[in-house]
Design a protein around this ligand. Structure first.
Ligand SMILES: [Zn+2]
Ligand SMILES: [Zn+2]
Length: 140
């Protein structure tokens, strides 16, 4: 069918299409679709790239806390000191679970909300506790 039509008219269908397109776009150009406002594809690509860059930068802004150091804590309820890490959700690995991390006070099971980071170092606390605990386990 195409071939018949082409041979009759002697015009390539492509040409017609191109002409129609030209006509169409020149008619419509200033009308419904202003070409200026119609540039989302490129813009989108750019924003995606920017986001990816941001994500890379985030590695410095939002660090992985999985390897954070142990700290000294004081329970606000029973005032016991202990060393370790309070359980905390790593932003980068929200599903990692560290069984050694404290979810509560190891002495009175108070919620970690009641537990505060201590200003004292563990050495200071050991000294205090060694001093307050009479005798006991000197051999250790
Ligand atoms: Zn992590
Ligand atoms: Zn406690």
């Amino acid at each position: 069918m195409d071939r018949n039509w082409r041979s009759k008219t002697g015009i390539e269908p492509k040409d017609i299409a191109a002409r129609l397109k030209a006509l169409y776009s020149s008619n419509r150009g200033s009308g419904t679709k202003p070409p200026k406002g119609n540039q989302p594809p490129r813009h989108r690509l750019l924003t995606i790239e920017a986001q990816e860059e941001d994500e890379n930068n985030n590695s410095t802004i939002v660090p992985c806390i999985c390897d954070r150091a142990s700290k000294v804590y004081e329970c606000g309820i029973c005032h016991q000191y202990f060393r370790g890490r309070l359980t905390e959700k790593c932003v980068k690995h929200p599903f990692e679970v560290y069984l050694m991390d404290f979810r509560e006070c190891p002495y009175c099971q108070a919620s970690i909300v009641a537990i505060k980071e201590s200003d004292l170092t563990w050495e200071q606390i050991r000294k205090i506790e060694d001093a307050t605990l009479p005798g006991g386990n000197d051999d250790l």
